[in-house]
Design a protein around this ligand. Structure first.
Ligand code: MN
Ligand code: MN
Length: 360
């Protein structure tokens, strides 16, 4: 039994839910300490409102759950067994069940309904978000380490810039250097985008080459002990135009404006609106097509979303990104993204690579 499970049981009792069946790798990690990618197999934790929780995993991983520190009950199943039926045999009648609605497939939902019969299905998201949004000291430590490694990745990327090198060549070197440091997983597919390619916020790196006068955008993140970082830096390669510089300065002002507002009690939407206003005032209002940021933790995108409409009151211990951008097709794409921790009296940026325009 972990502290997180005890907290979930309090929610379940308060809301008169008989139990929660959590099925995402992140929530299983959060509640049990065991992290695994089950692919198409079942990985789940059953948390009853009262009584003993059960971890359900492929039989070949049972030993790994113990090594990860889980000393509760485990159902390890073989490829010919039906994990839900094994679970059903262990639990009392369930009439109200919380599941991860945004994770469970329709197929699995139907299976749960077959096995558990006529029970009411409710969402586990609201109480999981509530819990996970405030990071513990040990989570913050891991997030800081992940951010430190992201800074190292950006430094590596910058030192690799060379006329004629492709985006993918720079990317490969960054990930190679991280692997040498023991990092096996990125938070998402690393982005190295140069010149016009950077004017798509979700561009795909390819064989475009670095040329003098380009702005080069790096967006990447590292997973450290399950926790994600997410950083974007845009740098100049050689002399850039006044327009490119103007766009860069507007994004930097927007980022700093939002960042400086971060402290407990501030509404998340205020950050988005303030950054948006800076970009509008600079004349680029039509070229900032996405939200200001997103929560960061076991998932690289998690609660809360920082949009112009997300009225979440900031509290100490929250971590999220701030990442305004301006994308003018054919001209430039600039984004600056930091990972931010809300502290008792303000904020701390976990990613620390310089933000004044760097030229290589
Ligand atoms: Mn990013
Ligand atoms: Mn991001």
């Amino acid at each position: 039994m972990t502290i997180m499970i005890e907290k979930i049981q309090t929610y379940l009792k308060d809301e008169q839910i008989d139990g929660a069946l959590l099925t995402s790798t992140e929530n299983v990690t959060y509640t049990t300490g065991f992290r695994s990618n089950p692919h198409e197999r079942w990985l789940a934790v059953w948390i009853p409102a009262e009584g003993e929780s059960i971890l359900i995993c492929p039989g070949m991983e049972v030993e790994d759950t113990k090594a990860a520190g889980w000393n509760g009950k485990v159902i390890g199943y073989s490829d010919t067994q039906k994990p839900l039926e094994l679970l059903k045999a262990e639990v009392n009648h369930v009439s109200n069940l919380a599941v991860e609605k945004n994770h469970l497939t329709v197929d699995r939902l139907e299976l749960i309904q077959q096995v558990f019969g006529d029970c009411i299905i409710t969402a586990a998201e609201h109480f999981m978000n509530d819990l996970r949004v405030i990071k513990t000291e040990s989570e913050i430590k891991r997030l800081k380490k992940a951010a430190e490694l992201a800074d190292f990745a950006i430094e590596t990327a910058c030192s690799e810039l060379e006329e004629g090198k492709t985006e993918l060549e720079v990317l490969a070197k960054v990930e190679y250097e991280l692997k040498k440091k023991g990092i096996t997983e990125m938070s998402f597919s690393t982005m190295v985008l140069t010149g016009e390619n950077a004017s798509s916020p979700h561009g795909t790196p390819g064989d475009s080459t670095i040329r003098k006068g380009d702005l080069v955008l790096f967006d990447l993140g590292v997973v450290y002990q399950g926790y994600c970082s997410d950083i974007t830096r845009t740098v100049a390669f050689g002399e850039i135009s006044d327009t490119q510089r103007d766009i860069y300065e507007a994004v930097l002002r927007a980022e700093m404006t939002a960042l400086k507002m971060v402290k407990p009690g501030v509404m998340s939407s205020e950050l988005d609106l303030a950054a948006r206003k800076v970009i509008e005032d600079a004349g680029y209002g039509d070229y900032f097509p996405h939200r200001l940021g997103h929560g960061l933790g076991l998932n690289v995108h998690e609660y809360p979303s920082i949009t112009s409409e997300s009225n979440i009151v900031l509290k100490a211990g929250m971590t999220f990104t701030i990442e305004p951008g301006i994308y003018v097709p054919g001209v430039a794409g600039v984004r600056i993204e930091d990972d931010v921790l809300v502290t008792e009296d303000g904020y701390e940026t976990l990613t620390k690579f310089p933000k004044s325009l760097q030229t290589f």
